[in-house]
Write a protein that binds this ligand. Structure first.
Ligand code: BG6
Length: 516
C-alpha cells in the first residue's frame, strides 16, 4: 500500500485537539527510551492523550534502549515519570492500566542488527495481538550521533515501510550541528525514508500560542492590512530564560545559544510572523511560505556579522534570589570556552512585504525571567499633533505583543487621554489572556505534535529545505564567529537582561529593547 500523502491528511490544527476522525491504532517505537526526554515529555504527553482523547485501544509503545529492563520495570519507571511530569494528576488508575498494557521494552544496542530483527518480530506480534495493522512511528530520542546507525538499521531490516500500513519517523532536535551535518543527516534519512514519512520536531511549533500566530493574523480581517513595511517600524522576538545549563554542559558547550535556540525555535517564530498567507492550510502550503521567508533573509556575512550580532556568556550573579556561578565556572564547561549563552541579532527580510524592516532577535540563559514574546512595533502617525501635551514629551508608539509564554496572551499598546481638563496622553494596554478567556487547559506542545504525527499531519514539523535554509542563515554567522577574536564574546551578569553591548547595538538604531 502506498504511504499516505501528507496533503490528503486531515488537519487537526484547524480543529483544536479534539479528535473528530478516528485515529488508526499504531505503535510508537521510542529509541533512547530511558532518556530524559522520554520520561519528562513523551510518556507524560502520550498518557495525557490517552486520558483526554482516548487513543485507539490498540495504541502501543515499544521502548527501545540499551539498559537491561523488563516490560515491568520500564512500566514502573514510566508511571513514576508520569506521576511527576504529567499535566494531569493524579494518574487515573484505569487509564494507566490500559495505557501500560500497551508498553513494551526491547533491550538492544542501536548498532546491533539483531535488535532490529527482534523489533520486527515484536511489531508483527503487536499487529496481531493489538490490531495495530502495520502502522508505525519511529521516534529518534537518542543523542544525534546515533541517528545514522538507527536509520540505516531500520532500512536494512526493512522497517522503513511495510505493505500493511503506514510508517513514519520523528526526529528530535538538534537536527545537525551545522549546515553540512544537517544536509548529511537529511541525505541519510532520505535514503531510507521518503520526505512525507519524516517528521522533524521543533517543539515550539506545538505551543498553542505559536499556532495562534497564524490564526491571529489570518482569521481576523483587521491586522493583515497593517502587517507590512508601510506600518511596522520593527519587530522584536525575545526568548528569555532564567535557567542555566540544567546539567547539560556537554551538549551546550558544543551548541551555544545560536544552535540551541536561534536556528530552530526563533527562526520558526520569525517565519510565522513574516510569512505570506498560504494557499491552503496543509503541511506543504504552510511550509512553502515559511521557506520563502528563510530564503529572503538577508544573509549576514563578513563584517555584517560583527555589526548585526552580539554574543555573550553569563558571568556570576543572582537569579530568582539564588546566587549562581558564571558560565565558565559551571561544571563540564571549559574555562576557556567561547560558547555563547546569549545572542542578539538584527536581520532583514528582503521581500516586498518586509524590505527595510529590522527584525531583532534575542535569547539568553540566566536572564531575570522566563519569557517569550513577539513584539511588533508600529510606526508613529505621520503628524504628531499632541507632541507638546503628553507627559514625557513624546507619545509612545503602538506595540502589539504576542506573548508566547508564560501568561500567554496578546496585548496592544496605544495612547489614551488621561482623564482631566488638560490634554495628557499615556500608554495603556488592551489585553487578551488565554487563562481568562478560555477555561480549557492548554495541551503540552508534545501532545499536539505526537497526535499530529499519528494523524499524518506534518504542518507543525519542519521540512528538509526549511531546516537547511535556517542552517544556511546561521552558518554564515558561525563561520564569522569562529574566526573572530575571543573578546568579541561579551559577558553579562547573571540575572541581568544581557550585555551592555546588546543595548548599545539597538540604541545605534535609535531603538531600545523591551523589558518584557
Ligand atoms: C530546548 C533547548 O530546545 O528549548 C533548551 O534545548 C531550552 O536549552 C528549551 O531551555 C526552551 O524550551 P521552552 O519550551 O521551555 O521554552
Amino acid at each position: 500500500m502506498p504511504q499516505r500523502s501528507v496533503v490528503e491528511a486531515p488537519n487537526p490544527f484547524r480543529e483544536g485537539l479534539r479528535i473528530k476522525e478516528s485515529l488508526e491504532p499504531c505503535v510508537m517505537v521510542i529509541f533512547g527510551a530511558t532518556g530524559d526526554l522520554t520520561h519528562r515529555k513523551l510518556l507524560p504527553a502520550l498518557y495525557n492523550l490517552a486520558l483526554e482523547h482516548p487513543l485507539p485501544a490498540g495504541f502501543s509503545v515499544v521502548a527501545f534502549a540499551r539498559r537491561p529492563y523488563t516490560d515491568e520495570t520500564f512500566r514502573q519507571q514510566a508511571l513514576e515519570s508520569i506521576n511527576q511530569y504529567s499535566r494531569q494528576k493524579p494518574v487515573n488508575p484505569q487509564v494507566w492500566d490500559s495505557f501500560a498494557s500497551g508498553i513494551h521494552y526491547l533491550q538492544s544496542n542501536f548498532h546491533d542488527p539483531e535488535g532490529y530483527t527482534k523489533l520486527n518480530q515484536l511489531l508483527n506480534k503487536l499487529d496481531q495481538e493489538r490490531g495495530t495493522s502495520g502502522n508505525r512511528i519511529f521516534y529518534l530520542s537518542t543523542p544525534p550521533s546515533q541517528y545514522p546507525e538507527i536509520i540505516q538499521n531500520l532500512g536494512a531490516a526493512g522497517l522503513n515501510r511495510n505493505r500493511k500500513g503506514w510508517t513514519r519517523i520523528i526526529v528530535e532536535k538538534p537536527f545537525g550541528h551545522d549546515l553540512a551535518t544537517a544536509r548529511e543527516l537529511n541525505r541519510q534519512i532520505g535514503r531510507v525514508f521518503k520526505e512525507e514519512q519524516i517528521y522533524r520536531i521543533d517543539h515550539y511549533l506545538g505551543k498553542e500560542t505559536v499556532q495562534n500566530i497564524l490564526v491571529f493574523r489570518l482569521a481576523n480581517g483587521i491586522f493583515e492590512p497593517v502587517w507590512n513595511r508601510r506600518y511596522v517600524d520593527h519587530v522584536q522576538i525575545t526568548v528569555a530564560e532564567n535557567l542555566g545549563l540544567e546539567g547539560r554542559a556537554g551538549y551546550y558547550e558544543e551548541s551555544g545559544a545560536i544552535r540551541d535556540m536561534i536556528q530552530n525555535h526563533m527562526l520558526q517564530l520569525l517565519t510565522l510572523v513574516a510569512m505570506e498567507p498560504p494557499i491552503a492550510f496543509d503541511g506543504n502550503s504552510v511550509r512553502d511560505e515559511k521557506v520563502k521567508v528563510l530564503h529572503a533573509l538577508q544573509p549576514l556575512v563578513g563584517r555584517d556579522v560583527q555589526n548585526n550580532t552580539i554574543r555573550a556568556q553569563y558571568g556570576p550573579g543572582w537569579v530568582g534570589g539564588k546566587q549562581v556561578p558564571g558560565y565558565l565556572q559551571e561544571q563540564g564547561v571549559s574555562p576557556t570556552s567561547t560558547t555563547e549563552t546569549y545572542v542578539a541579532l538584527k536581520t532583514f527580510i528582503d521581500n516586498w512585504r518586509w524590505a527595510g524592516v529590522p527584525f531583532y532577535l534575542r535569547t539568553g540563559k540566566h536572564l531575570p525571567k522566563r519569557v517569550s514574546e513577539i513584539a511588533i512595533q508600529f510606526k508613529q502617525p505621520p503628524l504628531m499633533l499632541f507632541k507638546d501635551h503628553d507627559t514625557q514629551g513624546q507619545v509612545e508608539p503602538n506595540v502589539l505583543t504576542l506573548r508566547i509564554q508564560p501568561d500567554e496572551g496578546i496585548s496592544l499598546k496605544f495612547g489614551a487621554k488621561v482623564p482631566g481638563t488638560d490634554m495628557q496622553i499615556r500608554s495603556v494596554n488592551m489585553d487578551f489572556f488565554y487563562g481568562s478567556s478560555f477555561v480549557r487547559e492548554q495541551p503540552e506542545a508534545y501532545e499536539r505534535l505526537l497526535l499530529d504525527s499519528m494523524h499524518g499531519d506534518s504542518t507543525l514539523f519542519t521540512r528538509r529545505d526549511e531546516v537547511e535554509a535556517a542552517w544556511s542563515f546561521v552558518q554564515n554567522i558561525l563561520d564569522e564567529w569562529q574566526n573572530a577574536p575571543r573578546d568579541t564574546v561579551h559577558t553579562y551578569e547573571s540575572g541581568s537582561w544581557g550585555p551592555q553591548a546588546a543595548d548599545e547595538f539597538i540604541w545605534r538604531d535609535g531603538r531600545r529593547w523591551r523589558r518584557p
